[in-house]
Design a protein around this ligand. Structure first.
Ligand code: GLN
Length: 491
């Protein structure tokens, strides 16, 4: 019998549509897999078995009634715990939202349900999506299925690990500085950050609103494109949503899968291939560049001189926005409330709640952001960082006058051992060295597995102009057609 958990989303949808398997069977197989391995992986914070089976039964009934099903009907999906799910716990990896059951679905989740996908549950993440290893989750770390002693990346490590451990064929992540792409790279899975505004932020618990971008995670490029198409597109409930149709990412992935990149011009970001990436990562990247050349792409080096300022600019802009966004967690409106014994003032309750509810990294960000925004320092820090953001955008614009897309390694290093970088925040921040410029610019970026270094996965990043998400899917699918997919050792 086929192991349903080893199939791609495309294969599952095909079998369900043809009536060769039922959505209930598929869902049960994944729930069983979660039960068998998740005590070791800890990809999930909450498994909604009942809700998943009910959604699966609904798909099976609709199929039996002869209804036309969507392209991903009956396919299980794991959702990062940063998106609100009606009646289903949403913690954002934080104690401050422990026990909170949102009264509404985020737009992404609403679209997932409408498409007939089956939500398995909510995945682990660094608290408030701040981190690169999922070690800052208030509920304990997620383990990388490639080596359980290593991190699965972050902040969306739970979503990426669920894919690599065959607990789900599809997952949703959110990318503010790399949180979809970096976990994808270090778990040997595909992670795509859409154009900012191409996917709705309605119901996405805000970290840094000018950067936060929900997006698809999968084990293949085509699966990611199918998921992208289902969740993307204009949403009037999000003021920064782009009122344009989703670029045809599915057609682009299919075109790329033919393995022909003739006429495509790719730029290697010079600043990212000098120093910064470890030798094993660079070796896998260089080999992929040769492969892309063989597929017909023309490859040149392009300089983006301001990219080196992206990390410091991001670590002023993101904390500034976070200090403002996280003010809403006051012990009154949602989740945790500490010290409300009838004798304390509102201010005391707020401060006790925030003291107990937020972890150390979140507190650090709130403090940095509050400082950067305070009068007297605003121009020197936040203002300067915004100017750098403009310069980075200009680097991208100039680069895209010369090439169709940019490429680089996704991350400077492969999955590191749990605990290796928690004592020095700067070492953790470096994980997103290559992914952050795209967020500051607002364009799309994808990480696709490109090889192994010492038995651990390496990702290649493709960056495209805003609203040209299709281009990155074409390049990523072409590379995937040549190098294949990567399977971790059996758990
Ligand atoms: N690692 C980065 C940070 O800690 C990015 C996080 C993200 O994309 N959500 O801010």
């Amino acid at each position: 019998m086929t192991d349903l958990t080893k199939l791609t989303a495309t294969e599952i949808a095909g079998l369900v549509a043809a009536g060769e398997t039922s959505a209930v069977e598929v869902t049960q197989a994944h729930l069983d897999r979660i039960a068998a391995v998740d005590d070791r992986v800890h990809a999930f914070l909450h498994v909604d078995a009942e809700g998943a089976l009910a959604a699966a039964r609904d798909v099976d009934e609709r199929r039996a009634a002869g209804e036309r099903l969507g392209p991903l009907a009956g396919v299980p999906v794991a959702v990062k715990d940063v998106l609100t799910t009606k009646g289903v716990p949403t913690t954002v990896g934080s104690k401050i939202l422990e026990g909170w059951r949102p009264p509404y679905d985020s737009t992404i989740v609403r679209r997932l349900r409408a498409a007939g996908t089956v939500m398995l549950g909510k995945t682990n993440m660094d608290e408030f999506a701040m981190g690169s290893s999922t070690e800052y989750s208030a509920y304990g770390p997620t383990h990388n299925p490639w080596d359980l002693n290593r991190i699965p990346g972050g902040s969306g490590g739970g979503s990426a690990a669920a894919l690599a451990a065959y607990e789900a064929p599809l997952a949703i992540g959110s990318d503010t500085g790399g949180s979809i792409r970096q976990p994808g790279a270090v778990t040997g899975t595909v992670g795509a950050k859409p154009t900012y505004g191409g996917t709705s932020r309605y119901g996405l618990v805000a970290f840094s609103s000018s950067l936060d971008t929900p997006g698809p995670c999968a084990r293949t490029v085509l699966d990611a494109a199918l998921l992208h198409e289902v969740i993307g597109g204009h949403d009037p409930a999000d003021s920064t949503s782009i009122p344009q149709p989703v670029p045809d990412v599915v057609a682009a992935a299919k075109r790329g899968a033919t393995g022909d990149l003739t006429g495509v011009k790719l730029g290697i970001v010079s600043e990212f291939v000098g120093e910064g990436a470890e030798p094993g990562v660079m070796a896998a990247f260089r080999e992929s560049v040769d492969t892309l050349t063989k597929l017909g792409a023309e490859i040149v080096e392009v300089s983006c001189p301001n990219f080196k300022y992206a990390l410091p600019a991001y670590y002023l802009i993101a904390p500034s926005e976070c200090s403002s966004n996280l003010a809403r967690f006051d012990g009154v409106r949602f989740g945790l409330r500490v010290g409300d014994d009838g004798n304390r003032s509102l201010e005391e309750v707020m401060s006790l709640t925030r003291e107990a509810g937020f972890g150390p990294e979140v507190k650090r960000r709130i403090m940095i952001g509050t400082y950067a925004l305070s009068s007297g320092y605003y121009d020197a820090y936040y203002g300067q960082a915004q100017k750098v953001r403009t310069l980075i955008t200009r680097d991208f614009t100039a680069a895209f006058e010369q090439v169709d897309a940019l490429i680089s390694p996704t991350t400077p290093f492969v999955a590191f051992p749990i605990g290796a970088r928690t004592s020095d925040p700067y070492q953790m921040y470096l994980a997103d060295l290559f992914t952050i410029p795209t967020n500051l610019y607002g364009g799309p970026g994808i990480s696709v597995p490109c090889g192994l270094s010492d038995g651990l996965p390496v990702g290649l990043q493709v960056m495209a102009p805003t609203m040209a998400d299709d281009r990155m899917y074409r390049v990523a699918a072409a590379l995937e057609s040549a190098v294949g997919t990567f399977t971790p050792p059996a758990l």
